[in-house]
Design a binder for this molecule. Sequence first.
Ligand SMILES: Cc1cc2nc3c(=O)[nH]c(=O)nc-3n(C[C@H](O)[C@H](O)[C@H](O)COP(=O)(O)OP(=O)(O)OC[C@H]3O[C@@H](n4cnc5c(N)ncnc54)[C@H](O)[C@@H]3O)c2cc1C
Length: 379
Amino acid sequence: MTSTTPRIAIIGGGPGGLICARVLQRHGIPVTVFDRDAYAEDRPQGGTLDMQEDTGQAALRAAGLEEEFAAVARPEGQEMRLLDHTGTLLFQRRPAPGEQRNPEIDRGELRRLLLDSLAPGTVRWGRYLRTLHPLGDGSHKAEFDGGAAETFDLVIGADGAWSRVRPLLSEHAPHYSGVTFVETGFGDADTRHPAVAQLVGDGSMMAAHDNKALIAQRNSRGRIRVYAAFRGSQDWALEHGVNLTDPEAVRAALLKRFTGWDDRLLALLRDADGGFVNRPLYALPVPHSWTHTPGLTLLGDAAHLMTPFSGMGANLAMLDGCELAQSLLRHAELDEAVRAYETAMLPRAARAAEGAARGLDNAIAPDAPQGSLRHLHSR
Ligand SMILES: Cc1cc2nc3c(=O)[nH]c(=O)nc-3n(C[C@H](O)[C@H](O)[C@H](O)COP(=O)(O)OP(=O)(O)OC[C@H]3O[C@@H](n4cnc5c(N)ncnc54)[C@H](O)[C@@H]3O)c2cc1C
C-alpha cells in the first residue's frame, strides 16, 4: 500500500468485519471498526455456526487464530440427522475420529475470539452509521447516530443484511424468501430434556415434510436451539391473529401448523423452554453486484445476503474479510486492492447464493424431505 497510511473504517463488528480488522492489524495496517451494539455482549449472538475447512477455517488460519478456534470448536457437532415427519431416521452422518471438515462454534464464542485478537479500542461500540457523504476524491464522511462524524479513504460495509453502506453502491434490497423460521430452544437439555437431547444427537437434526421442517442444533453448554421452518406469508402471525410477544400463543400456533407430526418431534415445540423469536428469511437477488466505486466496498451479508440453507453465510463473510485485507496488503493502491477483491468475491458469492436458493427449495418443499435426502447422498 502507498506510503501515506489510508484511513480505513469497517462498519459492523460481525464475523466478516472483525476478521478483516484482525488481518489488517496483524500486518500493521491501522483500522477502526464501528458497531451499533452498545458493547460486545449487548445482544444475544444466536446459534451455532459450522466453520468450513476451505472458507471460515482458512480465514481463521490467515488470521493466526487456528489454535484459539480449536480450543472452543465442537468437532462432534458435525453429526447430521435427517428424519421424516413420522420420526423415521432417513440419514445419519457421524464425523470420523479427528475429522475437522466443518466443526461447530457458537456465534458468541466466535465473536469473543475475534474481539480478543484485536488491539484494545479497535472497535468503537454504540456507533450506528446513519449516512455516508461522498467527498468527491474517493473519501467519504461517515455520520453516526448522536452526531459524531469522521472521514475515511475506504469504508468497508460489513454491516449485515440491512447495510447502510450498500445503498451507495446498489439499488437492491433484501426480499422475503417465502420461508420463515421461528426460533426457540432448550437449556441444559441433557439433564432436563433427555429425550430431546437423544433425538437431536451431538450435531444438527432436521425433520421435514410438506413445506415445513423442524431443525434442531446443539450449541455449547447443553443448549439446543430449535427452528420451526415453514413456507408462507411473512405476515403469518398477523393473518392468524397470533400475538408474537405471547410465547404460549406462538407455541399453540406452531403446534397446530405441525399437527400430525410424530410426538417426539412435536416435543421440540411443546417442551421448549426458550421464548419464540420470529425470523422471516431474506435474501439479496442472485447475482448481486455493483459498479466499482472508489472508497467503498461491501463484504459478507451486506454484499450477498442469502438464506441459511447455503450453510455458508458466516464462512463467506470471513473469507471476504480476510481476502479484502490480504488484497489491501498486496496492492500499492487502495482502489486496485478493492477492485481485485471484488473481482474474485462477487462470482464466488453468486455461486454460493445460487446454492442457497436451491437448498431452500429442496429443504422446504412439498415433497420434503426427498430433496434434502438426495442432496445429502450426493455429498
Ligand atoms: C438462523 C440462521 C442460521 C445460520 N446458520 C449459519 C451457519 O450454520 N453457517 C454459516 O456460515 N452461516 C449461518 N448463518 C448466516 C450468518 O449468520 C451470517 O451470514 C453472518 O453472520 C454474516 O456475517 P457478517 O459479518 O456479514 O454480518 P453480521 O453477522 O450480520 O454482522 C453485522 C454487524 O454489523 C453491525 N451493524 C449493522 N448495522 C450497522 C450500522 N448501520 N452501523 C454500525 N454497525 C452496524 C451489527 O451490530 C453486527 O454486529 C445463519 C443465519 C441465520 C439467520
